[in-house]
Design a protein around this ligand. Sequence first.
Ligand SMILES: C[S@@+](CC[C@H](N)C(=O)[O-])C[C@H]1O[C@@H](n2cnc3c(N)ncnc32)[C@H](O)[C@@H]1O
Length: 319
Amino acid sequence: MIETPFNYTGSKFKLLEQILPLFDYSKPNFIDVFAGGGSIYTNVLDKYETIIANDIIKDLILIHNRILLDDRIIEQTKELCPGKENPEGYAKLRESYNEQNSPEKLWALMLSCTNNMMRFNLKYKFNQTYGDRGWNTNTDKKVETFKNHIRQYEDKLSFLSVPFEDVNIFGDRTMVYLDPPYGRIKNSEGTIGKKQISEAGYNCYWKEEDDLNLYCYIKSIDNRKSSFMVSGVLEHDGNTCWMLDKLIKDGYNYKILDFDYNKVSRKGKKETVEVIITNYVIEKQKVSKDGSLSVLYDQQNQLKGMLGPFKGEDNKQNN
Ligand SMILES: C[S@@+](CC[C@H](N)C(=O)[O-])C[C@H]1O[C@@H](n2cnc3c(N)ncnc32)[C@H](O)[C@@H]1O
């Protein structure tokens, strides 16, 4: 698996082994609607005929796009990183980004800020503090692997930077992957609450109406008979995500992923349940190290051991 060089907040890299075998590989096209650091689209480039990666943060998409083209953004970002023990350099870089943004400045900030967790305020200004870190030898290695990998697929990979509802899904030939920001909680009457189920630095991009719009958008993918997989946090700290809960109640297939967030956060009762929901019955596939796919008809037990039971399989939608 290829690790992208962004240390992106909310990256699905650690869940790749569980997610990759569950995509619908019978479709020729793949769209990563909330691509973020790109850990998902990067790892399916050899599996589809066309791949589109979208994210609302334009500079982020420009970073991906420019790495695909040549090395210039890599050299520029290296130069811009203030490095360790240089809080003044970091402050200047952040100020400069907020005055005149550019993809290389954003990448340098992402590599240099606290816990690599980019954070924007409600005016879309980058406001994360200095993390006393920057470009290092590990970044060099990740960049080298990442660029060499994605450049092999230049002809079939394209990028978009629009709000999710403007990503058009035509017809029934697309596998759409959706990894949105944290959804809003379900309140006691079962309607959408105001609060998001957890915190992320890009929550400012997630508007109040987005949960309902996303629900309708996902239903429209299903109506067109394209395939969707949506991933996200269903339960956190005693709260339930309205949108994911509604899709499960609608009868779509879902699976609880195995990820121990509770090791990371020990404050309060923060039990977290992360799920994927699909409108197709998953083919039981294994992605081997060389990237080839094999269907595990004769290895059910091994598959179950690897993935756990697939809940809701009896609730088949589209077959
Ligand atoms: C959970 S992250 C995706 C992480 C990604 N799957 C990865 O592995 O790095 C959610 C992404 O949604 C983007 N986003 C937020 N609001 C959006 C919107 N309205 N339309 C499209 N993208 C949006 C954020 O910028 C963020 O990168």
